[in-house]
Design a binder for this molecule. Structure first.
Ligand code: ZN
Length: 384
């Protein structure tokens, strides 16, 4: 069993890579999933010697090369002339740790605000700036260039992809959200379903009645808002009654699969993994991800199995395993608000091992208090 931990560059640099490596060795951790290109973030760091918090707009924690098209990552403003990734690559070489890239793709409000025509266009025709649409050739070029850049600049063991898909919903907590209608699972999905020109064209090519699908979405959202339809309406049942919407949503899987084929060719030296659909394995289709179709183009999937107990956490992994033969890795948050104590974490890790998951990642080094890090050491103990 292999164990990894997510981390931010400042987690490693503020404490010192060597010291962090020593601490992680005690915990049985052999890999760091390092944030390299990231979304907006505001943190609380309970054990960082230099800072209690870090705020950043979407940014890269390295200086991108010149091989980008219209979209390119914006370097983090606080980094100056330094290059956090370069520095960590250099410092980590002398430790036992393998380095992986934790890479955010389409969830980028900064690039979205500056390029509204490349964002998700919801059924009402409005731009959702938190999500770039992967049907857009410019976005595809950005994602491919980003992976090629990362693959060439650092000896990553793995390059892991987060939100390299259709990021629907209300934005995962964007600034000062004002949603005073309970959208529910169905409403969240429909509100963020992309009907941009490229998504519409791809679906129309497959013979889908896009106007019908769009009208169904708007009508349903209006019904939820007016109270005519309960927000907890069963999504599966609704979708059976609205086959054009299902066909439209599923048509995105073709586009995403073709994109992943290109992404794979951009990554030569590292393994490539995909984080399954932001905390909902069974919802991956809503993000345009068909795990079977994507399988030839990834080395593994990570199920973000953030369950509060063994049964809940392992169910996510087993669901993922039932959807694909590609190896499944598991991710868990061993702290608030998911896991309450060390015994539960140990039980969850035992459960992950039992599922046959090949690797477990813990979220995340700089955000967890020391006592939670100790839980990790206890949980990994039997498998070292
Ligand atoms: Zn689109």
């Amino acid at each position: 069993m292999e164990f990894a931990i997510w981390a931010y560059p400042w987690d490693l640099l503020d404490e010192g890579v060597e010291l962090v490596a020593e601490r992680l060795a005690e915990l049985g951790i052999g890999e760091v999933n390092l944030a390299t290109n990231y979304h907006t973030v505001q943190t609380f760091h309970p054990h960082n010697p230099e800072r209690s918090t870090f705020f950043a707009y979407p940014s890269a924690y390295f200086h991108p090369d010149d091989e980008y098209g219209r979209l390119r990552p914006v370097t983090n403003e606080t980094m100056g002339d330094a290059d956090w990734l370069d520095q960590i690559v250099e410092d980590i070489e002398d430790t036992h740790l393998d380095l992986n890239s934790w890479t955010i793709g389409c969830h980028n409000s900064r690039l979205g605000m500056a390029n509204r025509d490349l964002t998700i266009e919801n059924p009402y025709g409005d731009s959702l700036v938190f999500g770039l649409c992967p049907s857009k050739p410019e976005v595809q070029e950005y994602l491919t260039s980003l992976l090629a850049d990362l693959d060439q600049r650092a000896p990553f063991r793995r390059i892991e992809l987060e939100t390299f898909d259709y990021f629907y919903g209300t934005g995962f907590g964007w600034h000062h959200d004002k949603f005073h209608v309970e959208l529910g699972d169905l409403g969240e999905f429909l509100f963020g379903l992309c009907f941009c020109e490229d998504c519409r064209a791809a679906a129309a090519d497959s013979g889908i009645d896009v106007d019908r699908a769009r009208a169904d979405c708007v009508e349903t959202l209006d019904d939820i808002a007016s109270g005519g339809l309960p927000s907890d309406v069963d999504v599966a049942g609704w979708i059976v009654d609205h086959p054009e919407v299902l066909a439209f949503a599923k048509s995105k899987a073709e586009t995403l699969t073709a994109l992943f084929e290109d992404l794979r060719t951009a990554v030569n030296d590292a393994q490539m993994g995909y984080y399954i659909a932001n905390l909902g394995t069974e919802d991956s289709w809503k993000h345009g991800a068909d795990l079977r179709k994507l399988s030839p183009h990834v080395d593994y999937y990570t199920a973000l199995a953030y369950g509060s107990d063994r049964q809940e956490a392992t169910a996510d992994v087993r669901t993922a395993q039932s959807m694909t033969d590609t190896p499944i890795h598991a991710g868990i948050l061993p702290g608030y608000p998911i896991v309450e104590d060390g015994a539960t974490l140990s039980d969850i890790v035992d459960g992950f091992v039992e599922t046959g998951a090949e690797r477990i990642s813990f979220y995340n080094y700089g955000l967890l208090p020391d006592r939670n890090l100790d839980w990790i050491g206890d949980a990994t103990g039997p498998y070292r």
